[in-house]
Design a protein around this ligand. Structure first.
Ligand SMILES: CC(C)(COP(=O)(O)OP(=O)(O)OC[C@H]1O[C@@H](n2cnc3c(N)ncnc32)[C@H](O)[C@@H]1OP(=O)(O)O)[C@@H](O)C(=O)NCCC(=O)NCCS
Length: 188
């Protein structure tokens, strides 16, 4: 059985075997000691198979500020995918969100390159906030000092956690398909 629990510093070496983003994983563990994030891992037979981070983002300024719960990283080792671990990690973050008194949970995905995550979020009841994904552009210097440009897309999704269950059965036709996304990107 899979054990979904909070990730700690003691898990770091095992986490580095899952994904080689050492600095980021160290940051997740560190941030999880504050009240603004939660970091969960999936453990099976003393092996870490995946992780996810929930962040309560501060939006707005001072008196008007509010917290917006979002999961911003979700990862399952390639050999353990399609066994329900991603679903279980998201379910744990949804419970953590509800426990804190929030009823909406946000996430985002690149709908052009990550059909798999998009399909999972849609199946679990996450709905696009807007019909058109946002075009993002990053300009950076590569290792040779050359200016590089990276263009990608983000689709923001949200789920109401206190409504009736919205999970569609596996294989259920999804309202948004790959062809729709190609069309949306073309129009944008
Ligand atoms: C996206 C990701 C986290 C999904 O993790 P996962 O553990 O494979 O997710 P699940 O197993 O819960 O669900 C994946 C599929 O397996 C199916 N599935 C779930 N449990 C299953 C089971 N017991 N038996 C067979 N299939 C199952 C689900 O129906 C789902 O299908 P769907 O996507 O068509 O709805 C994983 O692919 C990953 O780490 N990708 C790289 C990182 C990434 O893209 N993260 C998201 C960034 S936005």
């Amino acid at each position: 059985m899979y054990d979904i629990r909070d990730g700690t510093e003691a898990d770091l070496q095992a986490l580095f075997r899952v994904r080689q983003t050492h600095a980021l994983l160290e940051q997740y563990v560190l941030d999880a000691q504050t009240s603004l994030t939660r970091f969960v891992v999936c453990e099976h037979e003393q092996e870490i198979l995946g992780f996810a981070e929930l962040v309560f983002e501060v939006r707005g300024r001072k008196a008007q500020s509010m917290l917006l719960p979002r999961f911003n990283d979700l990862f399952v080792v390639p050999t353990a995918r399609n066994r329900g671990i991603g679903t279980a990690l998201i379910a744990a973050l949804e419970s953590a969100t509800l426990e804190r008194g929030f009823t909406m949970l946000y996430c985002s995905v690149d709908p052009v390159t990550n059909h798999r995550a998009l399909a999972l979020y849609r199946r679990l009841g996450y709905q696009p906030v807007s019909p058109v994904p946002e075009r993002k552009q990053e300009v950076f210097f590569d290792a040779w000092g050359e200016v590089q440009e990276h263009v990608y897309w983000r689709l923001e999704l949200v789920k109401r956690l206190d409504g009736p269950p919205t999970t569609a059965p596996r294989g259920h036709p999804r309202p948004l398909e790959t062809t729709d996304i190609a069309f949306i990107v073309y129009c944008a």
